[in-house]
Design a protein around this ligand. Structure first.
Ligand SMILES: [Zn+2]
Length: 914
C-alpha cells in the first residue's frame, strides 16, 4: 500500500508517506514548521472496549483479532476456498452469499468466522441450517456442527455499503448521480464485505459471481469468463483466483470509464469515474505499467503471477494506492490533474505504479504471516519501486528524489521522541497500522538499499529470487527473507539484523582528517549515536573527495577527485586508502547516498559548501549540500537569516528540477519558522519576503516557456505570494488581466490562487470561491472550495469550521473534513491558533473516545496547537503529563508537536537578523 502525501507539509517531498490533507497539485510547497509530518494511528475505538468472553465464544467479543487467536485458527484451518456471490444495485445496501470450504484439524472446540455488521439471513454448516451465534463482528460455529476434515459453511446476508473507505465503499457522483463501488481490505476489512477467516496467513482461492446493473463493469483479481444479461442486470462470472491472503483480494464495480492496452506482455486496463475521465492521461499509465512489468519479470525471475493488470482510480480513497492482486486501486485526489501532468506528477505516477507492482510479487505472491511483517512488505516495495523507476523509466534520477524526500522524512522521524525500531510486535489486527510511517517505509527501504550495497547487487537479487521462489503462494517471516539473503551472500546477517531492525535511531558520521603540504596525512571516519539510541552500526559508504579544478579559465568548479568505498564499524574507522592524496576542499562521507546516516560536514567542507553551492556540477552532491545547509539551520547551528542568504543567492541558479523543488522546500520551512517567531522576526520577514517573491516571479517569467521548470517556479510563486504586490499579481492572473507567456492557468491553479487570496484575506476572496464553484461543480472543486474557506484568517470563521469537524452530528463527510483540517491553521495564524488552543486540547480526549482512528490521525496530526513560545511548549508538556489515557496515536502526535515546538523556540532563541 502507498500512504499518500500530507500535502500541507510536503513541499519538498515528492513521495512522503503521510496522508492527511486534501488537494493535489504541485503547489504544495506549504510546509508548516510547527507540525512534523506523522502517521499517528489511533487504536480504534473498538480496541479500547473489551467486553467479556462469552461462554460459547473462543475469542474476545471485539472487532479485532489478536495474533494469538489468529495463530490458533490457522493451526486448525487449512486449504480454504471461498465462493462469493454479490447482488449489487447501487442502493445503500447489498446482498451477499459466502460459501467457505476448508479443512479442520479437529472439531474439539468452536470456530469463528469474521463478518462485520451484517444482517444474517441464513447460516448453513455442513448441510445443516442453524441459528447464527453472531455479535456483529464474528459468527461462532458450535463444535458439534463442525467436522474433522472438510467442512462447508454457507452464509447469506445483507449489509450496508461502507462509507469510510474500507470494506465495499459506495460513492455517489454529485455531478451525474452515478454510483461507484470499490473495495479496500488492508489490514483486516474484508469482513466488511464477506464472511471469512480474515488474517493474512490463511490464504485462499476466491470464485466470484456478481449481479450488477447493466451499465456497470465488475473488476476483481481475475478476468471474467462470462457476462450474461438478465432483465436490467448482468451476471458476471469469474474463474477461481490463485491463492491470496484476504487483504490482497478485491472487487470494484460501477459504470467506470475504461481504457485497454493489449500491446504489452500482459493485458492492461485503466478505470476511472466517467465525470472526471478527462483528468488522466492513460497513455502514461500504460507506458509505465508495461515498463514495470517487463522490469520485474526480469528482476525477480518469476513471471507476473496474475495474468492481467488492472488499475482503478477511485474516489474517497483514504490511502495513496493499494496493491490488490491484479486490480490495484489509486486515490483520485493524488492521481488526477486538470491539465497535462508536470514532470513531478509523472514521476509520482511512475513510482507509485512501480511500488504497487513490486507488491504483486513481494506481498501478494509471498505474504507476511502477521502484521509485524507489514514493514518489510512496505520497505521492500518502496525500495524496489524506486529501483524500477530509476532503471525502467525516464526518471533515472529516482534515487535522488528518494533522498530529497522519503529519506529526509525517515531521518527526521528517527530523531524524534516517538521513533521506534523498524520491526516491532503487533499484538492485534487493530494495531496493524500503528507503526506504519516513515520508519516503516523509508528507513526500511534505505536499510534494504544499504544491504544491497553491502552484499552487492547480484547477491542481493539472488537472495530475493530464492526467497520468492521458495515461498510462492505461501506466507513467510523476516527470518525467511534474511535467511535467503544470508545464504546467497554466504555470511551471517544476525548482527546486521539486530543493529538495523531491532534498534531505533540514526547514526552520524564525520570525516576527521589532516593535511600537510597539500597531502592527506590522516583520515578517520567517526561514528556517533544519540544517547537515547546508542547503537552503532556496520555500513558500507562511499567517501567522496572534491577539489577545485585548476582550469585556465579560472572558473571554480568542483571536481570529484576520489570516490572510495569503505565499510565502517564502531566509533572510529581509519581510512588508509586516502593517505597521500591531495588535500580536499570538501569531503562528503556518504557520496551517492549508499548509507542511512547523517553526515556532519567538517568546518572546511561546510564553508566550501556555503561559498560554492551553485558551482557544484554533480546534482546529487548539490542536493546533499543543500540538505546539509538546511539541516544546520533546522538544528539551530546556522542562523535562519544566514541560511536564507545562501539559499536565495543560489536558488535562481539551481538547474536541476528535483533539487530545485527540494531547496524551495527548505526555504518554505525557514519562512514558516520566521512567521512563527512573530515580533522577533517581523522586521526581517518584511525585508526578505519581497525579495523572495521577486526572485520567484522573475524566474516564473524568464524560464523557458511551457517548461516544467517554468511551471515549478510559477506554482512556487503562487504558494509564496503574500505581499499586496504579490497578491495583486495573483488576482490579476486569475482575472486574466495579466498573463505569463508559457503558463496557461488551469483549474488546479485557479484554486491554488483562490486559496492564497483567502489565506491573506485579499481582494474579495469569498466571492472568487462562489464564482469558481459555478464552473467546477465536482467533488474535487468542493474540497478545494472548503479548504479556501477554512484557511481564511478570521476568528469566527475558525470557530465555525472547528465546530464542523468536532461536532458529532456534522453532516460533512470525512474526506471534506480532512480538507478543513489540512488548511485550518497556517504558520502566520498564531493568534488564531492561540484563540482556539484550549478548546482543542479540552476536547481532544472526548474526540479520541468517539472518533475512529483515520479521523484522529488527521485531527491530531494537524490541529494540536503549537505556537513557538515558552508558554505553548509548557502548555503541551502539562497536557501530556495530565492525559495519560489517550490513545497511542494521539499521544504520539502530542509528543511530536511538543518536540517541534521546543525546536522552534530553540531556533527562535538563536535568531538575530544582524
Ligand atoms: Zn505498499
Amino acid at each position: 500500500m502507498k500512504l499518500a502525501q500530507h500535502l500541507k507539509l510536503t513541499g519538498l517531498m515528492l513521495m512522503s508517506i503521510t496522508l492527511l490533507a486534501a488537494c493535489s497539485t504541485d503547489n504544495d510547497q506549504e510546509q508548516s514548521a510547527n507540525v512534523e509530518e506523522s502517521i499517528t494511528t489511533n487504536s480504534t475505538q473498538d480496541s479500547l472496549v473489551v467486553t467479556n468472553f462469552s461462554a460459547n465464544s473462543p475469542r474476545k467479543e471485539v472487532a479485532y483479532l489478536t495474533q494469538e487467536q489468529a495463530k490458533k485458527r490457522s493451526n486448525r484451518v487449512s486449504d480454504v476456498t471461498y465462493q462469493l456471490g454479490f447482488e449489487l444495485t447501487g442502493e445503500k445496501d447489498f446482498k451477499g452469499q459466502t460459501t467457505i470450504n476448508f479443512d479442520l484439524s479437529d472439531a474439539d472446540s468452536p470456530l469463528t468466522v469474521d463478518l462485520n455488521k451484517a444482517t444474517i439471513d441464513s447460516l448453513l454448516v455442513n448441510g445443516e441450517k442453524i441459528e447464527a451465534n453472531y455479535n456483529q463482528w464474528f459468527i461462532t460455529l458450535p463444535k458439534d456442527t463442525l467436522l474433522t476434515g472438510r467442512n462447508t459453511v454457507t452464509i447469506d446476508y445483507t449489509r450496508l455499503h461502507s462509507t469510510n473507505g474500507e470494506g465495499l465503499h459506495r460513492f455517489v457522483d454529485s455531478v451525474d448521480g452515478r454510483v461507484y463501488l470499490f473495495s479496500h481490505f488492508e489490514p483486516a476489512a474484508a469482513n466488511q464485505m464477506f464472511a471469512l477467516f480474515d488474517q493474512p496467513d490463511l490464504k485462499a482461492t476466491y470464485e466470484l459471481t456478481v449481479i450488477a446493473p447493466a451499465d456497470w463493469t465488475v473488476i476483481t483479481a481475475t478476468a471474467e469468463t462470462s457476462i450474461t444479461k438478465t432483465g436490467k442486470s448482468n451476471i458476471w462470472k469469474f474463474p477461481t483466483s490463485k491463492e491470496l491472503s484476504p487483504y490482497n483480494f478485491s472487487m470494484h464495480a460501477g459504470p467506470y470509464q475504461v481504457w485497454s492496452d493489449n500491446t504489452g506482455k500482459y493485458p492492461m486496463r485503466v478505470f476511472i469515474r466517467q465525470s472526471i475521465s478527462e483528468k488522466i492521461e492513460p497513455e502514461y499509465w500504460f507506458k509505465y505499467t508495461a515498463e514495470g512489468l517487463e522490469f520485474f519479470d526480469e528482476y525477480f525471475g518469476i513471471p507476473y503471477p496474475f495474468a492481467k493488470y488492472d488499475q482503478i482510480i477511485v474516489p474517497d480513497f483514504i490511502y495513496g494506492a493499494m496493491e490488490n492482486a491484479a486490480a490495484v486501486t489509486f486515490a483520485e485526489r493524488s492521481f488526477t490533474n486538470s491539465a497535462e501532468m508536470t514532470a513531478t506528477q509523472k514521476q509520482r505516477l511512475a513510482s507509485v505504479i512501480m511500488h504497487e507492482m513490486a507488491h504483486q510479487w513481494f506481498g501478494d505472491l509471498v505474504t507476511m504471516k502477521w502484521w509485524n511483517g507489514l514493514w518489510l512488505n512496505e520497505s521492500f516495495a518502496s525500495f524496489m519501486g524506486t529501483l524500477a523507476t530509476a532503471e525502467a523509466t525516464e526518471f533515472d534520477y529516482a534515487w535522488r528524489s528518494f533522498y530529497a524526500s522519503n529519506k529526509q522524512s525517515a531521518y527526521r522521524q528517527d530523531q524524534t521522541v516517538t521513533t521506534h525500531p523498524i520491526e516491532v510486535p503487533v499484538p492485534t489486527s487493530a494495531n496493524a497500522f500503528d507503526n506504519i510511517d516513515a520508519i516503516t517505509y523509508s528507513k526500511g527501504a534505505s536499510t534494504l538499499m544499504q544491504l544491497r550495497h553491502l552484499l552487492g547487487p547480484d547477491v542481493f537479487r539472488k537472495g530475493v529470487q530464492n526467497y520468492l521462489t521458495k515461498y510462492s503462494y505461501k506466507n513467510a517471516e523476516l527470518d525467511d527473507f534474511i535467511g535467503s539473503l544470508a545464504q546467497a551472500a554466504d555470511r551471517s546477517l544476525d548482527e546486521w539484523k539486530d543493529q538495523w531492525l531491532y534498534h531505533a535511531g540514526v547514526n552520524s558520521i564525520s570525516a576527521d582528517f589532516q593535511c600537510t603540504d597539500g597531502k592527506i596525512t590522516s583520515f578517520v571516519l567517526k561514528q556517533t549515536a544519540s544517547k537515547d539510541y546508542p547503537t552503532l552500526r556496520e555500513q558500507k559508504v562511499q567517501i567522496g573527495l572534491f577539489g577545485f579544478g585548476d582550469e585556465v579559465s579560472g572558473a571554480s568548479k568542483f571536481k570529484l577527485t576520489q570516490a572510495i568505498p569503505v565499510i565502517y564499524r564502531g566509533e572510529e574507522t581509519k581510512v588508509e586508502q586516502v593517505i597521500g592524496l591531495s588535500c580536499p576542499d570538501l569531503v562528503y562521507s556518504n557520496y551517492q547516498d549508499w548509507g542511512f546516516v547523517k553526515v556532519n560536514l567538517d568546518p572546511i567542507s561546510f564553508e566550501t559548501a556555503k561559498q560554492h553551492l551553485s558551482d557544484v556540477d554533480d546534482p546529487f552532491l548539490r542536493s546533499m549540500l543543500w540538505q546539509s545547509l538546511w539541516d544546520s539551520a533546522n538544528d539551530g547551528d546556522l542562523q535562519l537569516s544566514d541560511y536564507l542568504d545562501v539559499a536565495l543567492a543560489n536558488i535562481g541558479k539551481e538547474k536541476d528540477y528535483t533539487t530545485l523543488g527540494q531547496s524551495m522546500g527548505g526555504i518554505t520551512s525557514a519562512m514558516n519558522y520566521l512567521k512563527l517567531l512573530g515580533d522577533k522576526a517581523s522586521n526581517y520577514l518584511q525585508q526578505v519576503q519581497p525579495r523572495l517573491e521577486s526572485i520567484y516571479w522573475e524566474n516564473a517569467i524568464n524560464n523557458e516557456q511551457g517548461s516544467d521548470f517554468q511551471r515549478r517556479w510559477f506554482l512556487a510563486f503562487v504558494g509564496k505570494a503574500e505581499t499586496s504586490t504579490g497578491l495583486s499579481k495573483l488576482k490579476n492572473l486569475l482575472d486574466g488581466e495579466i498573463n505569463i507567456q508559457g503558463i496557461s492557468i488551469n483549474q488546479d491553479d485557479r484554486w491554488s490562487i483562490i486559496y492564497q487570496l483567502n489565506r491573506y484575506d485579499f481582494a474579495d476572496g469569498l466571492a472568487f470561491i462562489e464564482k469558481e464553484r459555478l464552473s467546477d461543480k465536482g467533488d474535487s472543486g468542493e474540497k478545494r472550495a472548503i479548504a479556501a474557506k477554512a484557511v481564511r484568517p478570521d476568528a469566527e470563521n475558525k470557530n465555525y469550521w472547528l465546530n464542523e469537524i468536532q461536532n458529532p452530528d456534522s453532516t460533512l463527510a470525512y474526506p471534506k473534513q480532512r480538507s478543513v483540517m489540512g488548511s485550518l491553521y497556517t504558520s502566520e495564524q498564531s493568534e488564531l491558533i492561540e484563540a482556539t488552543a484550549d478548546d482543542i486540547l479540552e476536547n481532544l480526549a472526548a474526540l479520541d473516545q468517539s472518533k475512529d482512528r483515520v479521523f484522529m490521525r488527521t485531527y491530531a496530526g494537524s490541529l494540536i496547537p503549537a505556537t513557538c513560545t515558552e508558554a505553548s511548549v509548557k502548555r503541551l508538556a502539562e497536557y501530556i503529563k495530565q492525559n495519560d489515557q489517550l490513545s497511542n496515536g494521539v499521544k504520539r502526535s502530542l509528543l511530536l508537536a511538543h518536540q517541534n515546538d521546543e525546536r522552534c523556540v530553540m531556533i527562535g532563541g538563536k535568531f538575530s537578523s544582524k
